[in-house]
Design a protein around this ligand. Structure first.
Ligand code: C5P
Length: 228
């Protein structure tokens, strides 16, 4: 079975991204590259990472008028990403055009509400009803627009999975409950482990620092793999 884990390599440094990816490649299912990596290394950097043989998740969170996003997605064609993100807040037409412009093998998934935002931030921007309501509305919109799925937190994934069984659900912000920490992580209600996110219906588990910053990234990736 292919691993659902995509290792997030949030760095501007191509060599260190390659070094970590090369080490953990047999214990993860893919590589997630975001704006930080893309801004520094561009499409050529992505190609170098893809040469390692793992699927690429391009987390560019595109958000602009439909025509601009569609053109950007077309320009990404040669990279053949396995997964590409857009912002659901860009609206239905933008999401439809993004999906239509993507390669057939690319899953286009929508970011609903950034995990850095809370109810007060949304209220300040004129969005009433809090994060949960907004995630629900935007998830429904993404589905109607024909996207493959959404990005959501480990706390929301069970609810979204209930409503959208075929949805491709990408879950970041996970923390493994390693042996040796006295179970403290598992005891914290707000920390979701890779296993519990998987059990709740996650299709993809995005894991960054717990692997990339581990003293031994291979051991960390293997330990996570063993829990799944
Ligand atoms: O925290 P970690 O290094 O595992 O983060 C991996 C990825 O998950 C980041 O690239 C970021 O996009 C995403 N993330 C998130 N919400 C969080 C933490 C991380 O969306 N609370």
């Amino acid at each position: 079975m292919t691993s659902p884990v995509y290792v997030a390599l949030d760095t501007v440094d191509l060599d260190s991204a390659k070094a970590i990816a090369a080490r953990v490649r047999n214990h993860v299912g893919g590589i997630k590259l975001g704006l930080e990596f893309f801004s520094a290394n561009g499409p050529d950097g992505v190609r170098e990472m893809a040469a390692l043989g793992l699927p690429i998740f391009l987390d560019l969170k595109l958000h602009d008028i439909p025509n601009t996003v569609a053109k950007a997605v077309q320009a990404l064609h040669p990279l053949q990403p396995a997964i590409l993100t857009v912002h659901a807040a860009g609206g239905r037409a933008m999401m439809e055009d993004a999906k239509a412009a993507a390669p057939s093998g690319t899953r286009v998934v929508a970011v609903t509400v950034l995990t850095s935002l809370d109810d007060d931030d949304l209220a300040a921007a004129g969005v009433a009803g809090g994060v949960e309501g907004q995630v629900e509305r935007l998830a429904a919109l993404a589905r109607e627009a024909g996207l493959d799925g959404i990005v959501c937190s480990g706390r929301e994934v069970a609810e979204v999975h209930k409503r959208w069984k075929q949805g491709y659900l990408v879950v970041p912000g996970l923390r493994p409950a390693e042996a040796g920490n006295g179970g403290s992580v598992a005891d914290q209600k707000r920390v979701v482990t890779p296993r519990s996110a998987r059990d709740a219906g996650a299709s993809v588990l995005v894991i960054g620092r717990p692997i990339s910053r581990a003293e031994d990234p291979v051991a960390a990736a293997r330990a996570i793999e063993a829990t799944l």
